[in-house]
Write a protein that binds this ligand. Structure first.
Ligand SMILES: Cc1cc2nc3c(=O)[nH]c(=O)nc-3n(C[C@H](O)[C@H](O)[C@H](O)COP(=O)(O)OP(=O)(O)OC[C@H]3O[C@@H](n4cnc5c(N)ncnc54)[C@H](O)[C@@H]3O)c2cc1C
Length: 356
């Protein structure tokens, strides 16, 4: 076994949740180690790369990360009618966004170990396998599991998030510049939706849906969607690249156990209807880092419960509502047009408490 590192806070995963947590814990003067299993942060990108403009208030975003602004979100109904909502935001290069956050961590004195996969745990010791062979032992006071939808730390805590839906995306040429995102509800994208997000002269076109229900492979449904957009004169038919990922669609009730806490996709902080998770990862990441620091400084892990209370105060109600609306949408898919106003964030009815 290789060398042993002692630290106050071990962060597993250098995505937006992990880096935001690391920055917050480091701001309290603690020794912070981040293990990231990828060799290069943010690569490959698994994201449609949209962030709300308000996220700028939460974290430093270098102008070079932003590809273009968007001013609105258009929701297109199965019959072709649409509604449009003001939704100021940006389309970003997500790899540069993640790398920017990691760069801030390094500037402030966090240690980031790349190609380091957190694999096991024995007592207080966390075992890390290094790419290319070799291993490390880390002995932390607090472990922050910011390790995405298939969280290893979540498994250790006995609360792995199993409710995930697959999402696939194609990068295609965009016919005309666009200053809005477009979201398509179509019967064939069962229990989900399709998106067309402009990115300069290209676009991210993707779908997230319950697999195994449509009878067709998710890539076949994606291609049908791309063909439809081509027919509408919006994009080129031939995708330049593909990517696939998983979206957690139910928030975890328990995100703290012993000296471990979960954040971001690992905690199901992603919005169960829209699938957006970057803002919550950043905001809850900060909270996780702050509470981890308080617990490590006091040597009292019961303090970590404050983290769960704080993120639930801010997000639980909206995540829970979205989760319930997802259940409704999935169970009533045959009546999509009728139920959509209660199930999609673009409609006022979605926010009506009477419909909860
Ligand atoms: C197709 C798709 C499109 C999306 N589009 C958007 C969008 O437009 N806007 C938006 O806001 N959200 C979007 N999301 C959701 C968003 O990408 C996630 O919510 C966000 O990445 C969550 O950040 P995170 O830091 O929690 O997790 P991640 O970004 O997944 O980071 C987790 C990190 O942990 C690392 N890791 C995992 N296991 C280990 C281990 N054992 N040891 C060490 N490291 C490990 C991973 O390599 C990864 O780098 C999309 C998701 C998908 C799949």
């Amino acid at each position: 076994m290789g060398k042993t590192i002692r630290c106050d806070v071990l962060v597993v995963g250098a995505g937006p949740a992990g880096c935001s947590a690391a920055l917050a814990a480091r701001a309290e003067g603690l020794k912070v180690v981040v293990c990231e299993r990828k060799k290069k942060i943010g690569v490959p990108v698994r994201c449609a790369e949209h962030i709300p403009a308000l996220l700028k208030a939460e974290t430093r975003i270098d102008p070079s990360v932003i590809v273009q602004p968007v001013r609105a979100m258009r929701t297109i109904l199965p019959g072709g009618e649409f509604i449009e909502n003001a939704a100021p935001g940006y389309i970003i290069n997500r790899d540069l966004f993640d790398q920017g956050l990691a760069g801030q961590c390094l500037e402030r004195g966090c240690t980031i170990i790349l190609g380091a996969s957190v694999a096991g745990r024995e007592g207080e010791e966390v075992q890390v396998s290094l790419r290319g062979g070799g291993a490390l032992r880390i002995i932390p006071e607090v472990v922050i599991g910011a390790d995405g939808p298939h969280s290893t730390v979540g498994r250790w805590m006995g609360c792995a998030n199993l409710d995930l839906i697959p999402a696939v995306q194609a990068r295609v040429g965009l016919k005309e510049p666009m200053d809005r995102t477009e979201v398509y509800f179509l019967k064939l994208i069962r229990g989900g939706y399709g998106w067309l997000f402009p990115k300069g002269d290209e676009a991210n076109v993707g779908i997230g849906m319950r697999s195994g229900q449509a009878g067709d492979s998710i890539y076949k449904v994606l291609m049908e969607f791309v063909c439809r957009l081509t027919g509408l004169g919006k994009v080129d038919l031939k995708p330049r690249a593909y990517m696939a990922g998983w979206i957690p669609v139910s928030p975890l009730k328990r995100t703290v156990s012993g000296n471990m806490i979960l954040v971001g996709d690992a905690a199901g902080h992603t919005h169960p209807i829209t699938g957006a998770g970057v803002p919550q990862a950043v905001v809850c990441g900060k909270m996780a880092g702050q509470w981890a620091a308080r617990a490590a400084i006091a040597g009292d892990m019961s303090i970590l419960r404050g983290y769960e209370e704080e993120w639930k105060d801010l997000y639980w109600e909206s995540l829970e509502r979205a989760f319930r609306r997802r259940l409704l949408m999935e169970s009533q898919w045959g009546r999509l047009e009728e139920i959509l106003p209660r199930c999609w964030v673009g409609f006022r009815q979605y926010y009506r408490r009477a419909d909860d």
